[in-house]
Design a protein around this ligand. Structure first.
Ligand code: ADP
Ligand code: MG
Length: 376
């Protein structure tokens, strides 16, 4: 027999044994795997017979904290967009930034009310639902970013700027079906889901307002950053006809968890007149990004385009206040001495969370009723 014959025999034996002893058809692969179940609130949506009522997601990386502890209704309502007059950012900047004519308080007929913004947002929602393809602008809005938005399912995150008002809107939409499809929203959301133990852009979006408050408080106390860094004001918004869905846990935590979530919300923030985002190829900008991230710790995503320089004031503005530790499931701070080792640390965390967790480690995290992720 030639040397090759032994190889063929070996392969034949392996294939026969695999096909002769297949996995039992009665064996449920998801038997011990944690699961979340989503469904519309009956009062909100009438079901047609053809679409399933419940949707399930089985995954070993699911955890209670990221899924069930992000939405706080009381906090959300306390930070809703006010319906009355909202002074534009330029009119409330402290000295010495209020230098130009434009920065003076707006006259009576220029006053902006939250009610006007809300009405425009209601019509934006109708427009978004009326089409199932991407557009670069809507009647009263210009799209800034829609990479994480699926126009066919109307789910994900879309960022827009009002055409006639100095505000930006970050709009989050989910349904019970899309909530349990973490691998249908592009590479980034997929990586966040793995690292963040079930997190998605919609859930981590709730952290943006609370985290902005915490960052602002830290900045105010710093002699180094207080005069150099600022943040846009941020408020929550929700449509008048909100629809709700419920998420419940199975084999997660030591008892059943459940949360009722709005299917749509937005964050309205001051639009920043951007001179330039910080640039990764500029050593001075990299230094600022890293120093600021080290100062603020795990609550800020050091991605360099999250920091921009504002026209006229020259202030460094942190536009993205999504809590970084929640997004990527940090249980300990990530080394942050330069961008190369930061990116390396992030990639190796993603690899470990996706492929190198022991069964025991996974089980420990799945059983926790509280989050073990560094809190913002
Ligand atoms: N308040 C704002 N004013 C002006 N531009 C903004 C504002 N917020 C976000 N942007 C622009 O949108 C981009 C994406 O916003 P960001 O909050 O960072 O979203 P993501 O979480 O998807 O990274 C930013 O890099 C910036 O260019
Ligand atoms: Mg960003």
């Amino acid at each position: 027999m030639t040397d090759y014959s032994y190889h063929y025999i070996f392969l034949a034996v392996i294939s026969i044994s695999l096909t002769a002893t297949p996995r039992s058809i009665h064996h449920r692969s998801s038997h011990n795997i944690p699961c979340i179940i989503t469904e519309w609130d009956d009062a909100d949506v009438s079901h047609n017979q053809s679409s399933p009522k419940q949707f399930r997601l089985y995954h070993n990386n699911l955890e209670i904290g990221p899924i069930f502890h992000q939405y706080d209704r009381a906090y959300f309502l306390q930070h809703l967009l006010p319906q009355g007059i909202i002074p534009p950012r330029k009119s409330i900047l402290p000295q010495p930034y209020t230098t130009t004519e434009e920065a003076a308080l707006p006259s009576k007929n220029q006053e902006i009310t939250g009610k006007e913004l809300s009405d425009l947002l209601e019509s934006l929602i109708r427009e978004i639902y009326s089409i199932n393809y991407r557009r670069s602008e809507y009647k009263d809005f210009i799209v800034i970013k829609q990479r994480d938005f699926n126009p066919k399912t109307h789910a994900g995150l879309i960022i827009l700027k009002f055409k006639n008002y100095p505000f930006v809107v970050k709009l989050f939409m989910e349904t019970p079906a899309t909530f349990v499809s973490p691998f249908s929203k592009g590479f980034e959301p997929m990586a966040f889901f793995i690292m963040g133990s079930g997190i998605n852009r919609y859930l981590s979006g709730f952290s943006r307002v609370r985290n902005a408050e915490a960052i602002r408080a830290n900045i105010c106390q710093s002699a180094t950053w207080n005069d150099r860094v600022a943040l846009p004001r941020k408020w929550f918004w929700e449509p008048i006809n909100q629809k709700w869905f419920t998420v419940t846990s199975e084999r997660l935590g030591t008892y059943g968890h459940s949360v009722r979530l709005p299917s749509m919300y937005a964050i309205i923030c001051d639009a920043i007149d951007i001179e330039t985002p910080l640039q990764i190829l500029n050593p001075e900008h990299r230094k600022i990004g890293m120093e600021l991230s080290r100062f603020l710790g795990a609550r800020v995503d050091p991605h360099i385009d999250n920091f921009v320089i504002e026209k006229e004031t020259g202030l460094i503005i942190i536009v993205d206040t999504e809590c970084f530790s929640i997004m990527v499931g940090l249980r300990e701070p990530l080394a942050c001495s330069n961008y190369v080792n930061w990116y390396y640390g992030l990639c190796s965390k993603c690899w470990k969370d996706g492929f190198c967790r022991s069964k025991k480690e996974r089980h420990t995290f799945q059983q926790q009723n509280c989050t073990t992720i560094i809190c913002c």
